[in-house]
Design a protein around this ligand. Structure first.
Ligand SMILES: [Zn+2]
Length: 348
């Protein structure tokens, strides 16, 4: 049942990938020993997770802070209507599907938020980080971490019918801050929640990111794209420009300043772009007893609860509270309103 190369057995399920010259049996063995962290499991993340688990990475850790909603199903290909009904966290729903796609891969679902005080715990010890987030705060944080620890990572983003991607090999190529010095201010750039997005561009960009991932993981680093690729599938445009060399004056990879990692640019409350929602995050280490919270909130409004989270509809707002005390408050963009709802109903 297995193909042998020296002492390294490779299951026959990977036969087509092993036949491919760029990977071969040695490349497959490297892929099977690799540890990959996926930051975010929405549109890009579900496609990447599926490709990488099927390709046979050793470990895939899927980190996502959100739960599955009906409007995700159009493009987030690992989820289904049952996940929406069960209000499953995206990471958990993805893990369940992926286990049945390839039980040889160690898939780790982590329902959490990557921020300055959790990033070492969540990303430490991984060979590669893949960006599947929807916000620049997290991306600049991941960039700080990846540059400081010399971990390769792959940037990707899409909106509408447009997508952009490039890999970041710390020390060899420009980092995210060489390319974009600062995050665009919130509300300026279009997001999937304001401008929409079509499924095909997600698959294209996620597919390109996954291809770069397979090159890096299989030992084909010389083949990694040193380009910034942007594609618009509706306007039929493809643009490929050279990824610059690391800029000596770059605050991150040149001057080695890591403000996101130092926490000075993070915050405990974040407006979730385009979703009329605010995320509130308590200090690390807080645990909330969801049963106790359900008893307290039960008389106040409609409740739904599963093993991972509790959702309450109160005063026209929807509060979704996770076991680690994190909450997503839907119905406002106003951080102070969200903080006071949190203090009133969840606690300090
Ligand atoms: Zn840089």
């Amino acid at each position: 049942m297995s193909m042998e190369a020296g002492s390294t057995p490779a299951p026959s399920r990977y036969s087509r990938q092993i036949l491919f010259n760029g990977i071969g049996i040695e490349g497959q063995a490297r892929i099977m020993n690799s540890r990959v962290a996926l930051v975010g499991c929405g549109a890009l993340g579900t496609v990447q997770a599926s490709l990488l688990v099927r390709a046979g990475v050793g470990t895939l850790r899927i980190i996502d802070r959100d739960y599955v909603e009906e409007s995700n199903l159009q493009r987030q290909i690992l989820f289904d209507e049952e996940d929406v009904r069960a209000v499953l966290p995206k990471a958990v729903a993805a893990e369940k599907k992926l286990r049945s796609a390839n039980s040889l891969v160690k898939v780790e679902a982590v329902v959490d938020d990557v921020h300055a005080s959790s990033i070492e715990r969540l990303l430490g010890g991984f060979d590669l980080i893949i960006d599947a987030t929807d916000n620049f705060d997290t991306r600049f944080l991941v960039n700080d971490y990846a540059v400081r620890n010399r971990i390769p990572w792959i940037y990707g983003a899409c909106v509408g019918s447009y997508g952009l991607t490039f890999p970041i090999l710390s020390g060899e190529t420009a980092c995210l801050r060489c390319v974009f010095e600062n995050a665009p201010p919130a509300g300026i750039s279009p997001s999937c929640d304001t401008a929409g997005v079509i499924g095909p561009i997600v698959s294209v960009i996620a597919g390109m990111q996954a291809a770069e991932a397979l090159k890096i993981l299989s030992g084909g680093r010389d083949k990694v794209s040193r380009k910034i690729t942007s594609i618009d599938l509706w306007d039929n445009r493809l643009e490929v420009i050279d990824l610059p060399l690391p800029h000596p004056d770059c605050p991150c990879c040149g001057r080695l300043e890591f403000p996101w990692l130092d926490g000075s640019s993070g915050s405990d409350a974040t407006t979730l772009c385009g979703r009329n929602s605010v995320q509130i995050r308590p200090r690390d280490g807080v645990r909330i007893d969801l049963d106790d919270l359900a008893r307290r909130l039960g008389p106040l409004g409609r409740l739904e609860k599963n093993r991972f989270l509790l959702r309450a509809e109160i005063d026209g707002y929807q509060l979704t509270v996770f076991g680690d005390g994190r909450a997503i408050i839907n119905g406002t963009y106003d951080i102070s309103v969200a903080k006071s709802l949190y203090a009133r109903y969840v606690g300090n």
